[in-house]
Design a protein around this ligand. Sequence first.
Ligand SMILES: Cc1cc2nc3c(=O)[nH]c(=O)nc-3n(C[C@H](O)[C@H](O)[C@H](O)COP(=O)(O)OP(=O)(O)OC[C@H]3O[C@@H](n4cnc5c(N)ncnc54)[C@H](O)[C@@H]3O)c2cc1C
Length: 147
Amino acid sequence: MSHTNIKLYGTNWCSDCKRSKKFLGEQRVRYDFINIEEDMEGQAFVQKLQNGGLTIPTIVFEDGSTPNSQPFKNIAKLDAQGFIMTGIDFQTSTVGIFAAGDVRSGSTKQLVSAAGEGAAAALDMCEHLCGQHARSMENALVGTASN
Ligand SMILES: Cc1cc2nc3c(=O)[nH]c(=O)nc-3n(C[C@H](O)[C@H](O)[C@H](O)COP(=O)(O)OP(=O)(O)OC[C@H]3O[C@@H](n4cnc5c(N)ncnc54)[C@H](O)[C@@H]3O)c2cc1C
């Protein structure tokens, strides 16, 4: 159902919702509109966000506080908040899968550190792949020697 990273929860009659939709439209920002009078799941979501309140419009966008780690839930161990856990080499619980930046558990959620983590993780990946390459070369040589 959802196609964008921005969700506007509201109703068709709410004037602030109309103004918000107009503004986003003028800025050519794509968003999903969820009518909380028709979508009970959407209504429950807004109430949960607001501890029972139902102020609209409620506009939800990715700000790093909720990791988009679901595609990895069966691949890597996640912490209680859903951030991907890694070792100091940025490797996840699955050998050969690395994580860096905001989605990584324990990261500082800052631009510079995310970029730094990305670079460090890339170097660790290289080391991992070089190790694999060296091992497969070794195996090939052992194979050749035993032939
Ligand atoms: C409003 C705001 C203000 C900020 N101000 C500062 C600041 O002043 N100083 C500072 O240091 N930091 C600031 N930050 C934090 C900073 O933006 C982040 O720490 C940084 O962008 C993290 O980089 P990242 O590459 O880890 O993640 P992101 O920048 O979030 O990049 C992740 C990318 O992955 C994409 N993606 C997500 N899921 C998938 C998927 N399933 N498949 C493919 N792609 C996917 C996303 O679309 C996104 O492009 C701010 C953040 C916000 C929201």
